[in-house]
Design a protein around this ligand. Structure first.
Ligand code: ADP
Ligand code: MG
Length: 717
């Protein structure tokens, strides 16, 4: 039986599933046999290895099979409810405590058998657990019992699920006349890795007899998930390469050469390598889809500019799209400066050349300028355009767009990338380079950007003094008696301003409302101006400052007229003032690792030593770990690995993962080697069979998994 068939049979077809059960299962998103069989146990109970209450030490975590003796509830202060259940393991007793879970009173009735999992505590010398995980196993037999994620709301227990799963397995695998599950993986993939077949894996994960069976099953199923993912990514990439007509640029043209020769410093090794990789892509007839990863300050701009110039060398155009107007404007200024003095061939002019033209197009570009620039883009007189989303509008047409750079990809969707590719009237597809300063771990990059090639700038230009990072243990809000450390921080900041340097102060992040955030930033600003930074020139930037005012403030800061810039995260990306050497982040534990790293990257850009102060008294272990990571490391890739460990992959996969969520067992954190292995296997398979014509069962699974969740529901029996 194929996966498609499995996902097409409604759970109501199972023995023991009537209309009510069906509704309940559907509510849990378990609509088909496929859903049920991929609803994997979250852990197992080994009857031969269960603990006895008396043997446990305080603080130890354990799984214990218990019988409920009695359960009662009590009202506490503040309208809270405490449910206490007294249970026994046959020899000793213990209490289970639950807060604000009234329904436990109904659940834990006298005589009920349950498995509890939690940490043993002791209260007045008696054993207890607070809010343990409770599973109702019913009368399941067997040595190793699967414990399924159950749903209290739908009234479906783990023993119900075990029963349904067993029924589903009987129908599909273990029944005499049932066929086995079709295994779409070629033999060489299985045998190279010593992996078990799919039917055995399904049985092994749901009805294991030994722990070895569980591991073998997990290994196979995790590989399946990651392999499908890599296969579809690599196939998409190959498909684009095969079907899109790109521009074949010529590398090493005169513009690129004079640009690089004119730089006041040599390229770093990493920059040279990235430029070579990009040039090799540009020269090929297929369109480039490449990700340029580099830490803040690694010098991505130069690499991107070299790519655009390669296009211009061949008579095409380049475009750079930034996520915000401030950034677009800044890039425009910077790139114009970099390209100052370069000339392009212009046969119709007297000298045969004209100055290279670099324009800025945002929604703020005024009517007459806009008209001129649109004309220049359509006619080919504008060589490079820097802009925002405004570049995506239909009215923007290019004479011949050869190379696109997208800065800070995480703010652009895949669709927007696609829209930019459609800009050429002659149907050719421009090369695309995505730049991101948010390093992501290699395995995650393979997944999130699996349809892109990756270049990495893992080397900072020489001469940078590393940023020293301190944690100031204080709440970010400034009221109350300031701790000594905080006093010291302001003192050092004032000293550095007296030495001619500048500083940023980032205000607490308030996710719930921009209005509150702005109010808090204004408050912080007023307070600092009149107390801690009294006498200094302080500016304020936040999301609600008018564009003109924003420009004025940035201009004054750049010119050194403002000593200190108080801001919300609007300064997160791109702002480049080498004279700023102090970064203070208030309530730093509220920010994510990547964001803190970005913010910190605003300093340390010049010749002077820089310092970053993280002001926070973290209230969670995660918050503390984030601060500690930042204090310990300035390496973006290392931080990205830590971030992945702390947050899990959900946030990274986030927007890009559409369709049926196929990662149920696999984790980008814990299965890093499998990701790489699966990608290599996918590449090898597609080398042999580019269209999966020979592996039609695999192709079918890919299309099944890619279908929208909604569509999958249409398949129900
Ligand atoms: P990123 O965009 O990766 O954060 P930028 O391209 O803005 O970094 O470069 C940061 C700074 O480093 C700029 O001021 C740039 O001029 C400088 N820079 C870039 N490459 C080099 C190099 N090879 N040697 C010295 N300085 C460099
Ligand atoms: Mg940059």
């Amino acid at each position: 039986m194929s996966l498609r068939e499995l996902f097409a049979i409604d759970v109501e077809k199972l023995r023991g599933v009537g209309p009510k059960r069906k509704d309940a299962l559907h509510k849990m998103e378990l609509r088909s046999l496929g859903d049920l069989l991929t609803h994997y146990p979250r852990r197992y109970l080994d009857r031969t290895r269960q603990s006895a209450i008396a043997d446990l030490m305080e603080g130890e975590e354990a799984t214990i099979v218990v019988k409920v003796l009695r359960t009662e509830s009590r009202r506490l202060k503040g309208n809270r409810v405490m449910v206490t259940s007294t249970v026994t393991d046959g020899q000793s007793r213990m209490s289970l405590m639950f807060f604000n879970q009234r329904w436990r009173e109904r659940q834990l009735q006298e005589g009920l058998e349950a498995i509890v999992f939690g940490k043993l505590e002791s209260y007045r010398g008696r054993p207890q657990m607070t809010s343990p995980v409770v599973d109702l196993v019913g009368d399941q037999t067997g040595k190793i019992i699967p414990v399924y994620p159950q749903s209290e709301k739908a009234g479906v227990t783990t023993s119900d699920l075990a029963r349904f799963v067993s029924e589903a397995l009987r129908r599909t695998i273990t029944n005499e006349d049932a066929r086995t599950l079709r295994d779409p993986l070629p033999d060489w993939i299985l045998s190279d890795r010593g992996m078990t077949d799919r039917s055995s894996a399904m049985l092994g994960i749901h009805q294991p007899e030994t722990h070895e069976e569980i591991s073998a099953a997990r290994r196979r199923l995790i590989f399946d998930e990651l392999f499908r993912m890599q296969l579809s990514l690599v196939r998409r990439k190959r498909f684009l390469e095969a079907t899109q007509q790109g521009v074949s640029h010529t590398g090493g043209g005169p513009l690129v050469r004079s640009f690089i020769d004119a730089l006041p410093f040599p390229l770093t090794g990493a920059q040279q390598r990235a430029i070579d990789e990009i040039t090799a892509d540009l020269v090929r007839p297929m369109p480039m889809h490449r990700l340029l990863q580099g830490d803040v300050g690694a010098g991505k701009t130069l690499v991107a500019v070299a790519g655009m110039l390669t296009a211009v060398d061949g008579g095409h155009q380049g475009a750079l799209m930034a996520p915000t107007e401030v950034l677009a404007e800044q890039h425009h200024l910077g790139i114009k400066r970099l390209l100052d003095g370069l000339e392009v061939a212009e046969p119709s002019s007297l000298l045969g050349v004209r100055p290279l033209s670099v324009e800025l197009l945002t929604s703020r570009t005024s009517g007459s300028d806009r008209k001129r620039i649109l004309g220049g883009l359509a006619g080919g007189l504008t060589d490079i355009v820097i802009g925002t989303h405004a570049l995506l509008q239909d009215r923007v047409q290019f004479h011949s767009l050869g190379s696109i750079v997208i800065d800070e990809q995480h703010r652009f969707g895949v669709e927007q990338r696609a829209a930019l590719r459609d800009k050429n009237t002659d149907g050719s597809v421009p090369d695309v380079l995505v730049m991101t300063a948010t390093p992501i771990p290699r395995t995650a990059a393979m997944t999130v950007y699996g349809d892109l090639d990756v270049s990495i700038l893992d080397e900072l230009p020489p001469g940078r003094t590393p940023i020293l990072t301190h944690h100031v243990d204080a709440p970010g809000t400034l009221d109350g008696e300031p701790p000594l450390q905080l006093e010291q921080m302001w003192q050092e900041l004032r000293t550095s301003v007296a030495d001619g340097r500048q500083a940023y102060i980032v205000c607490p992040l308030i996710d719930e409302s921009e209005k509150l955030e702005v109010a808090s930033a204004e408050e912080t600003y007023e307070r600092l101006r009149s107390v801690e930074l009294n006498g200094l020139e302080v500016g304020l930037l936040h999301g609600r400052v008018e564009p003109d005012e924003k420009d004025r403030v940035m201009e004054r800061f750049r010119a050194g007229e403002l000593h200190v810039l108080v801001a919300t995260t609007v300064i997160e990306v791109g702002v480049d003032v080498p004279n700023a050497t102090t970064m203070v982040i208030l309530d730093a534990d509220r920010f994510g690792i990547a964001q803190l790293h970005q913010l910190r990257g605003r300093v340390g850009r010049g010749e002077h030593a820089s310092v970053c102060w993280l002001v926070a008294s973290p209230t969670t272990a995660d918050g503390e770990a984030r601060i500690e990571a930042l204090v310990d490391s300035t390496d973006g890739f290392e931080l990205a690995e830590i971030d992945l460990d702390l947050r899990g992959e959900g946030t990274i996969l986030g927007e890009r993962q559409k369709g049926r969520n196929d990662l149920k067992l696999a984790s980008l954190r814990h299965n890093r080697e499998v990701v790489i292995d699966a990608r290599n296997a996918a590449i090898r398979l597609l080398d042999e069979d580019p269209t999966l014509a020979v592996h039609e069962a695999l192709a079918d699974e890919l299309s099944l998994m890619a279908e929208d969740a909604d569509e999958a529901f249409l398949l129900k029996g």
